[in-house]
Design a protein around this ligand. Structure first.
Ligand code: NAD
Ligand code: WQD
Length: 338
């Protein structure tokens, strides 16, 4: 059977995608250097699916390792999650971000081409829309970047477009994720950020469990319903299913296409706090502080292109997202090695 190579498969979204792939009978091979994850996530994938996950610890920039992997496996498609993703860190270490994300993707694509593999699902981000002029966001909105992380995603999208222009045999899905949250409903897998989390949901759940005392709410003077930032939070399991639909679409020669993966509905920071308090039955003390530099007021998707082309819709509710995060957080207060 053909193999799906999952770069970054030990990470948050990658590991959830491995579960969905394994459960549908795909043969999965994970390549991850574990720079932001633990191999334990893959043990959990095995526990959930009852199947075996083949794992190679290594780097997408390691050309000879990649060549070996492609020579030894009948890979039909690559789902490419591997990358660095922290916005603030990318401002401090821009070269590390371009090196890892952009150079890594180039090495990967070169090796794919050398081995006649031209089906790629790429993890892009709603960050490529910059500060959108209106909402909801459709895929044809103008693209821009406000930080090196976002620029790395934008540059990769452009490189992949050039690649397809030069060789139309490539089939490339640019999946633009909105705000991934949630965890596997089993409580066995979830987001396990290193150090102080940057994103809202891990911060909220760490306050609920008592690991952090208070949530900083970055501004309440945005032009939104309650003044706090509005985002399109999407359950990681829905997101994972979007990758299955994209893989199936690549088989029908889709060329290069971008798809928004979002719910299509915005929730404010305070909506998230209230939803979490309700599910966890814990108070979430918060303090309004200054706006975080680079943040935008509101961002949510028009996901109808994914619905029409891929037959994909997000099914999980906000309550599902929050209760699954809470189950993961309370069962694994210190993450995978808690
Ligand atoms: P993550 O950090 O949990 O997963 C990324 C994985 O890639 C990690 O396991 C890491 O060890 C691995 N990795 C990084 N560089 C590597 C390299 N050079 N070689 C091999 N492995 C490497 O992040 P995630 O949240 O699962 O994100 C997955 C992808 O989705 C990333 O490309 C990210 O930019 C993108 N994305 C994430 C979000 C989000 O909010 N989580 C939103 C939009 C897009
Ligand atoms: C959500 C809302 C914050 C933390 C980032 C990246 C984006 C993508 C997803 C990868 C905002 C507010 C947050 C906190 C807060 N990643 N907030 N207190 O900024 O929409 O997107 O992650 O591609 O590129 O920029 O997500 O979860 O950080 O913030 O008030 O402690 O929560 O201001 O309104 P964001 P987030």
């Amino acid at each position: 059977m053909n193999v799906i190579l999952i770069t970054g498969g030990a990470g948050y979204i990658g590991s959830h995608t491995c579960v969905e792939l394994q459960e549908r009978g795909f043969d999965v091979l994970v390549l991850d250097n574990l720079c932001n994850s633990h191999a334990e996530s893959l043990n959990r994938v095995e526990q959930i699916t009852g199947g075996n996950v083949r794992f190679i610890e290594g780097d997408i920039r390691d050309r000879s390792l990649l060549a070996q992997i492609f020579q030894n496996n009948a890979i039909s498609c690559v789902v490419h999650f591997a990358g660095l993703k922290a916005v603030s860190e990318s401002c401090e270490l821009p070269l590390a971000y371009y090196e890892n994300n952009v150079s890594g993707t180039i090495t990967l694509c070169q090796t794919m081409a050398d081995n006649g593999v031209r089906n790629l699902v790429f993890s892009s981000s709603a960050t490529v829309y910059g500060n959108p002029a209106s909402l909801p966001i459709t895929e044809d909105f103008p693209l821009s970047a406000t930080n090196p992380y976002g620029r790395s995603k934008l540059v990769i999208e452009e490189i992949l477009a050039d690649l397809h222009k030069a060789d139309s045999r490539w089939n490339i899905a640019l999946l633009r994720y909105f705000n991934p949250v949630g965890a596997h409903p089993s409580g066995l897998m979830g987001e396990d950020p290193n150090g102080i989390p940057n994103n809202l949901m891990p911060c909220v759940s760490q306050v609920a469990i008592g690991k952090r005392k208070i949530l900083n709410v970055f501004g309440n003077d945005y032009p939104t319903s309650d003044g706090t930032g509005v985002r399109d939070y999407i359950h990681v399991q829905d997101l994972a299913c979007g990758h299955i639909c994209a893989i199936q679409r690549l088989d029908k020669n889709c060329g290069i296409q971008a798809w928004n993966l979002g719910v299509g509905q915005g929730h404010s920071v305070l909506d998230m706090v209230r939803a979490f308090e309700k599910v966890s039955e814990q108070p979430i003390p918060y303090e309004v502080v200054a706006r975080r530099p680079g943040d935008i007021a509101a961002c949510y998707a028009d996901p109808s292109k994914a619905r029409n082309d891929l037959g994909w819709v997000a099914k999980k509710s906000l309550e599902d997202m929050v209760s699954d995060v809470w189950r993961w957080q309370s069962q694994n207060p210190n993450g995978y090695y808690g």
